[in-house]
Write a protein that binds this ligand. Structure first.
Ligand SMILES: [Zn+2]
Length: 333
């Protein structure tokens, strides 16, 4: 009995040792498998539904499903090393996958301005609005000479032709409607601030109208007047120092350069005297707009000969075609 007991004890010990050996072997196998898995993971970089968009690889237009990890917003992740193999350990920002915005323009050669939104703003109106509105959106700390404490009349009637007796607001509208037709004939979407002479809309509201419609550029159509009746020609106004930011200065420089090309086109098409492109902070219609804006003074209604030209449909059409050529060749081209 004692011997059997001893034998049993012995057998028990043998079995225990065998079980322990098996357990050790199993653990070793599992450890080996685990290390192998980590290595393959780190070499492959991110897996699963995480796609890193980097400046180098871009999106290439290939279809992307699921989430995009925005590497730029996560300083711990660089485009080169990817991130851990387990996407659940990395914050992934879900953002909607959208198509890249279509480039402006059109494949249709007959509609090269398709996709472009242009505000055509015939200056003044029949009814003056003497109430005041702020001339600029920025405060005196940004530009003390012109700021939102400077108030200007909401709308005025403009000048009158010395030869024709026509009102400026009527001539401006005639030119603007021809410009609208010319731009639309090439596919542009045109936002008119007014299409008759009875409208009552302030200069700031015209600007806001253009902004809210997402316009790419605005043409403010005006005619000039001077006490000296011998003065004639075309001039253009663009934005000046504005809120004194670098961004505003960049826009001003860009719009002044474009304004010069616009002036060149207008004078080439009409034969008018070439005056200047002027930077200015004094115009509500420029200050409130968030896109390229050109005030075009089409000529002097105080000059007897130029007044007659400005009132004629043929000359007005030349002005419209010159502006269209600018958009096609200089703004878009
Ligand atoms: Zn005017």
């Amino acid at each position: 009995m004692k011997k059997r007991q001893e034998k049993n004890e012995y057998c028990k010990g043998e079995r225990r040792r065998a079980v322990i050996a098996m357990l050790i072997a199993l653990c070793a196998l599992m450890l080996f498998a685990t290390f192998t898995g980590c290595n393959s993971g780190s070499e492959n970089g991110p897996t699963g539904n995480t796609v890193i968009i980097t400046p180098e690889n871009g999106n290439n237009g290939s279809p992307v499903t699921g989430y995009i990890h925005d590497a730029s917003s996560d300083p711990a992740v660089t485009p080169d090393n990817g991130n851990a193999s387990d996407p659940t350990q990395v914050p992934v920002t879900p953002i909607p996958v959208t198509q890249a915005p279509a480039t402006q323009g059109s494949d249709d050669p007959n509609l090269p301005l398709k996709g472009l939104k242009i505000c055509v703003d015939p200056g003044h109106q029949g009814a003056s609005m003497s109430e005041k509105e702020p001339c600029a959106p920025w405060g005196p700390e940004a530009n003390s000479s012109v700021n939102n404490t400077v108030m200007k009349a909401k709308a005025t009637a403009g000048t009158t032709g010395v030869s024709t007796g026509k009102t400026e607001f009527a001539v401006n509208l005639e030119i603007a409607l021809k410009l609208r037709d010319a731009l639309e004939s090439k596919g542009a979407t045109v936002i008119m601030s007014r299409t008759d002479n009875d409208s009552r809309i302030s200069n700031r509201d015209r600007a806001i109208l253009a902004n809210e419609n997402g316009c790419d550029l605005t043409f403010n159509i005006h005619c000039n007047g001077a006490e000296n009746h011998s003065i004639s020609g075309i001039e253009i106004y663009v934005r000046g120092a504005g809120d004194n930011t670098e961004e505003y200065a960049r826009r001003s420089k860009n719009e002044a350069a474009l304004g010069q090309k616009l002036l060149d086109k207008l004078c080439a098409y009409t034969g008018a005297n070439k005056r200047n492109v002027n930077k200015s902070d004094n115009y509500t219609g420029i200050n409130w707009r968030d896109h390229a804006t050109f005030i075009i003074e089409c000529g002097f209604m105080s000059n007897p000969e130029e007044d007659v030209k400005l009132g004629s449909p043929e000359y007005q059409e030349k002005l419209a075609q010159a502006i269209l050529a600018f958009v096609l060749e200089d703004y878009k081209g």
